[in-house]
Write a protein that binds this ligand. Structure first.
Ligand code: MG
Length: 377
């Protein structure tokens, strides 16, 4: 299989390449795209011999040229470079592990070119759900979820008639501060928040796990991936992160997907699906387990409600919520604002933003507006 990997130096990108080296069979990487981590991208390019490599801008392209004079691949940069990697590198499947709004257009471009997309870029569906859905209606290409919860639901729903499905349930670990007294949340430091109990992930998504913004985004993603209305998709707290997703059927039966929390498992399935390949990761030991579940407390997780409200508002509202969150989470990580200001800042951005019907331009404009507002909040 020929793969293009967008976002190769991030957490999911690096794990995707690890998985590839462990998989048997004929795998070829046709394109690697990354932003500013040119040194690691260079190493990856030496190892996987892509035809095309894409970096953030002309400066990074020069940096790569100094590192690798006369490279055996084309060097592209910027949004146009990403589109070329996605649709014109000869790939049969694109793994989109880009972080941010920049991931939307490559997803659309690949789908329009009839190429399957293994999707780890949240923004494609969070800010561009309607656009991606339109693209899917006009192509044979499929979206394959990479995220653990969506991979779980995708596996549970496979081939099941829509009228049998009553409800989708996604689990949330509750993040690093889930047991903190509410009045202490204001004083949580980046180091406190980055100690995620169950998953190893990038910094922003770990902050988004502590605010549950990530979970609200995941409900939105599930809506577009599976065509189930938001009112029938719920999140439930589950501190052990062993149950990843559940499907409640029309007779009250519930199917659950269970497995150890390791991103390499859903990444591997996104590459090999519909085939399943052996993996010698640790196994669930039922005799040692106590599983717990609980409701989401809106006082502890106010941002969860704000994002879902944006989802109901529709149009560009989620693009504004997402951009505000990205800026606020980064500012929290830099020690500029307290943890609790993330939720307050998202609420403020949504109060000020007037949602427009979704188009790529309108979505990017809402993104800019909320970004500027959140930078000053
Ligand atoms: Mg997830």
């Amino acid at each position: 299989m020929r793969l293009a990997l967008l976002g190769s130096t991030g957490s999911v990108g690096r794990q995707t390449l690890d998985v590839l080296t462990q998989l048997e069979g004929d795998w070829q990487v046709t394109a690697l795209a990354a932003g500013r981590n040119v040194a690691l991208l260079g190493e990856q390019a030496r190892r996987f011999s892509p035809r095309v490599v894409c970096v953030a801008g002309p400066q990074e392209a020069e940096q790569l040229a100094r590192l690798m004079p006369n490279p055996p691949f084309d060097v592209l940069h910027g949004p146009q470079g990403l589109l070329a990697c996605a649709a014109h590198s000869g790939a049969e499947r694109v793994v989109n592990a880009l972080v941010g709004a920049v991931g939307l257009s490559p997803t659309l471009e690949a789908l329009r070119a009839g190429i399957d997309v293994a999707l780890a870029n949240k923004e494609s569906l969070v800010i561009g759900g309607e656009l991606v859905q339109q693209a899917l209606q006009r192509t044979k290409a499929r979206l394959i979820p990479v995220d653990s919860e969506h991979s779980a639901l995708w596996q549970l729903l496979a081939g099941r008639p829509a009228d049998e499905v009553e409800k989708l349930l996604l689990t949330a670990s509750g993040g690093a501060l889930r047991a903190w007294p509410l009045e202490r949340l204001e004083r949580a430091t980046p180091a406190d928040v980055l100690q995620h109990p169950n998953w190893r992930m990038g910094a922003r998504i770990t902050v988004d796990s502590a605010t549950l913004v990530n979970k609200a985004f995941e409900l939105v993603e599930a809506r577009w991936l599976f065509g189930v209305p938001l009112e029938r998709i719920e999140a439930v707290l589950h501190p052990q992160s062993l149950v990843h997703g559940m499907v409640q059927l029309c007779d009250g039966s519930i199917l659950a997907h269970v497995g150890v929390p390791d991103m390499k498992v859903p990444i591997r399935y996104a590459l090999t699906a519909p085939l399943r390949r052996p993996l010698s990761s640790p196994r669930v030991r039922w005799e040692d387990l106590t599983l717990g579940f609980g409701a989401i407390d809106p006082k502890r997780y106010p941002a969860f409600g704000h994002v879902l409200q944006a989802a109901r508002a529709g149009g560009t509202a989620l693009a504004a919520a997402n951009a505000a969150d990205e800026v606020l989470a980064a500012r929290f990580l830099h020690g500029e604002i307290p943890f609790t200001r993330i939720a307050a800042g998202i609420e403020r951005a949504l109060e000020r933003h007037k949602p427009q019907p979704a188009s790529v331009e309108a979505v990017l404009e809402a993104d800019r507006f909320a970004r500027e507002l959140a930078a000053r909040a």
